[in-house]
Design a protein around this ligand. Structure first.
Ligand code: A3P
Length: 272
């Protein structure tokens, strides 16, 4: 069973159409934009709301988060251009494929990461939930094979983070802050403050506590219940992979990490 996707420059993307993919480099970037990047299902909608609240100084969910959470990969330029500043733009592209303006302005980038086992489970459920778009009806074991080979939209999780690791090793090249899904879950206050510091936003403990409250899984899920994005709130847990991956599949991910991510300084997944 194959997954409906779009091949562009030798890489797989969701079937957004070649025209959108061709125009991404020219999306107009403003000086005060903040970029949010990450492999799919690593917490982008969640962190998008946290960033939106920090840059706007208000603990209110974004209006456009109801749909695709500021996803420039799919949003038409006309909508992106109409967003009021300061904007938080979200993308699953690697650094080299982001709009040119991001590199020219040295736009601050917050990069999300999540352990690969929970990520593949979340991605599979995402693909099955959006069956009309992906036309994929395979079982988890079939999807897992595609995913570990990188034969899914946005390609290999491992290649994605390897390419960002190169950039992170040389922070002078570009300001990037790595944010781990498991860390925000375990210590939301500390991690939101760390993000605020990176964005050079002054915050009080009270404001950060409000953000934690408004961006909790339950709170976001209930607020977005009727929105397009409702399906994106599945479980929001660390460790759900134990209900899905066989021992062989779990070992296959560990092996991929040992062999492919050798020398990667960005992140070491830890499984509870
Ligand atoms: P699960 O499928 O494991 O539940 P993305 O936004 O990058 O598509 O990631 C989606 C994953 O983040 C889903 O994981 C979703 O439930 C989880 N998520 C969304 N909002 C969250 C929140 N406020 N807190 C924790 N997890 C959240």
């Amino acid at each position: 069973k194959s997954l409906r996707a779009c091949k562009f420059n030798g890489k797989l993307f969701p079937a957004f159409g070649l025209e959108r993919l061709r125009t991404i480099p020219n999306i107009s970037i403003r000086r005060d934009d903040v970029m949010l990047c990450g492999y799919p299902k690593t917490g982008s909608h969640w962190v998008h709301e946290i960033l939106h609240m920090l840059v706007n100084g208000k603990s209110e969910l974004s209006k456009h988060g109801k749909g695709l959470g500021g996803m420039i990969d799919v949003m038409p330029d006309i909508i992106i251009d109409s967003l009021s500043s300061p904007r938080v733009l979200n993308s699953h592209f690697v650094y080299e494929d982001l709009p040119k303006g991001v590199r020219e302005h040295r736009t601050k980038i917050v990069l999300t990461v999540r352990n690969p086992k929970d990520t593949v489970v979340s991605f599979y459920n995402h693909v099955r939930n959006l069956e009309e778009f992906y036309t994929y009806t395979g079982e988890f074991k079939d999807y897992f094979e595609l995913w570990i080979e990188g034969n899914v939209d946005y390609g290999s999780y491992f290649d994605f983070y390897l390419s960002w690791d190169e950039l992170l090793k040389n922070q002078e090249r570009h300001p990037v802050l790595l944010v781990k899904y498991e860390d925000i879950k375990a210590q939301p206050m500390e991690n939101i403050k760390r993000i605020a510091q990176f964005l050079e936003v002054d915050v009080t403990d009270k404001f950060v506590a409000e953000i934690v409250e408004k961006t909790s899984f339950d709170s976001m899920k209930s607020k977005r219940a009727k929105a397009t994005a409702a399906k994106l709130f599945r479980k929001g847990k660390v460790g759900d992979w134990r209900n899905w991956l066989s021992e062989e599949q779990s070992e296959a991910v560990d092996k991929e990490w040992r062999t492919k991510m050798f020398g990667c300084t960005l992140y070491q997944p830890h499984y509870e």
